[in-house]
Design a protein around this ligand. Sequence first.
Ligand SMILES: Cc1cc2nc3c(=O)[nH]c(=O)nc-3n(C[C@H](O)[C@H](O)[C@H](O)COP(=O)(O)O)c2cc1C
Length: 176
Amino acid sequence: MIEILRSRRSIRKYDTRSIEQDKLDILKEAVLRSPSSKGSQPWHFIFIEDKRLLEKLAQSKDHGSHFLSGAQLAIIFCGDERKSDVWVEDCSIATTIAHLTAQSMGLGSCWIQIRKRTHDKQTTAGEYIATLLSLPDHLKVESILAVGYPDEEKRPTPKESLDYNRISINGFEKKG
Ligand SMILES: Cc1cc2nc3c(=O)[nH]c(=O)nc-3n(C[C@H](O)[C@H](O)[C@H](O)COP(=O)(O)O)c2cc1C
C-alpha cells in the first residue's frame, strides 16, 4: 500500500484504451468493500462508460471537470441522506478507495468534487447530474472519479517535500 501511495498522483489525461472487464469488476468490488459508518452502506455507485454521457458529465462544472470527456470511465459516488447523516464521509472514503485501487492496476484517476459546487448561476453541479441521470431525490452526488489509462507522466511527490510539521505527537504542538 505504501508503494501505491508513494506513486499516486491525480491523472487528468487518458489514452484511448478502454478498461478491461476484469479491472472494471475489481473497481466495483473495491467500492463495495469500503467501510461505512455503522455499516450503513448509504452509497450508490454509478459506472458510466457511455461516451455521450461522459461528454455531458464533463460539463458538470465550469472548472475542474472538463477533462472527464477524455476518460474511459466515470464513477459517480452518490449518498442516500436518509440512510446516514455521514454519507459524505462514507462516499469520500469510497472515492479514495477507488482512486487507490485504480492506481494499483495501472490506471490513472482524478477526483471531481460535485457536492457544494455549481454548474451555472442557477444550477448546482449535483442538480445538473441528478437531471442528467434521473437520480431519485434522496440520492446526493458527492464526487465523480474520472478513470482511464494515463496519458501523462507525473513525478511522485518526493518524501523530502512532505510537511511533517502537520504531525504532532501526544498533543498539539505549534510548529513553523
Ligand atoms: C476532495 C477533493 C476534491 C477534488 N476536486 C477536484 C476537482 O473538482 N477537479 C480536479 O481536477 N481535481 C480535484 N481534486 C484533485 C486535487 O486537485 C489533487 O488531489 C491535488 O491537487 C493534489 O495533487 P495529487 O493528487 O496529484 O497529489 C480533488 C481532490 C480532493 C481530495
